[in-house]
Design a protein around this ligand. Structure first.
Ligand SMILES: C[S@@+](CC[C@H](N)C(=O)[O-])C[C@H]1O[C@@H](n2cnc3c(N)ncnc32)[C@H](O)[C@@H]1O
Length: 249
């Protein structure tokens, strides 16, 4: 596939938004509305292991003290918080997200430089960052080729990236069980716990995008197509994917 062709992470899910042009608006509004519940629900989903997992993944990908980091799709700051503990006081982190509601939550608990924006068009100069992270947002992008080119552009030569994502398990039974849990049980529990219909929709959508997402090999090919080297995927517990890659030095 030519790298300038558009690569969508999943086909249009028109039960949620009317055509791809409406996807960005749908996402911004649902993340704005559910932002106050996000950390609570994430803790319930991950049984408290989320921060430990994120920190380990960032370290494994090469994040180190003193680095300058861009955390794309910073959300409420769950990846950023772990990155800050690794880079320490000599490092610097910028968090970017299109949802003002999510950024507000992040800034309430973290002392970070937050920027409103989208991954597909980063408002940053070339070659600025040692490290780029993005947690659980690949499926929300409009075009992976464009986004990965942007990631490549803002990293310095030798800079690294780490993308975290959930991948549907390949086996029929594990997939059915996970679908029942994530598409029915979790959305219902979040509705009961938060009283917000939008939270129930978000977590249903979460699973539907995981299931419809392009396969890991397509993501790795797209990273290589953008110019990255050493692109690879590490899988934990059968569903947690860590994509890492490096800009040639
Ligand atoms: C599931 S949250 C993940 C937040 C955080 N990274 C974490 O690990 O918990 C997904 C985030 O992606 C953001 N997002 C959606 N579309 C985006 C885009 N085109 N570019 C950057 N971020 C986007 C949403 O606003 C939301 O904050």
């Amino acid at each position: 596939m030519p790298v300038d062709a558009e690569l969508r992470p999943h086909p249009t899910l028109d039960q949620y938004y009317a055509g791809d042009a409406a996807k960005r608006g749908f996402l911004r509004s649902i993340f704005d509305v559910t932002a106050p519940d996000y950390d609570y629900i994430e803790r319930m989903l991950s049984l408290g292991s989320g921060s430990w997992y994120r920190r380990r993944a960032l370290s494994r990908a090469g994040l180190a003290q003193g680095m300058k980091v861009l955390d794309v799709a910073v959300g409420t700051g769950l990846v950023a918080r772990e990155a800050i503990t690794i880079i320490g006081p000599t490092g610097h982190l910028i968090g970017l997200d299109p949802s003002a509601g999510m950024l507000q939550q992040a800034m309430a608990s973290l002392n970070i430089h937050a920027i409103l924006g989208v991954a597909e068009q980063l408002p940053m100069a070339d070659g600025q960052f040692d490290f780029l992270s993005m947690g659980y947002a690949l499926r929300h992008l409009s075009d992976l080729h464009r986004t990965f080119s942007e990631f490549f552009r803002v990293l310095r030569p030798g800079g690294r990236l780490c993308l975290l994502e959930i991948t549907a398990p390949p086996g029929r039974l594990p997939r059915l069980l996970l679908r029942a849990h994530m598409r029915c049980v979790i959305p219902l529990l979040t509705r009961i716990a938060t009283g917000r219909a939008a939270s129930q929709v978000l977590w249903k959508y979460y699973w539907d995008t995981i299931e419809a997402c392009v396969p890991p090999e397509t993501l790795l090919t797209a990273l290589r197509g953008a110019g990255f080297i050493n692109a690879k995927r590490e899988l934990s517990l059968g569903i947690f994917s860590e994509y890492t890659a490096q800009k040639p030095g």
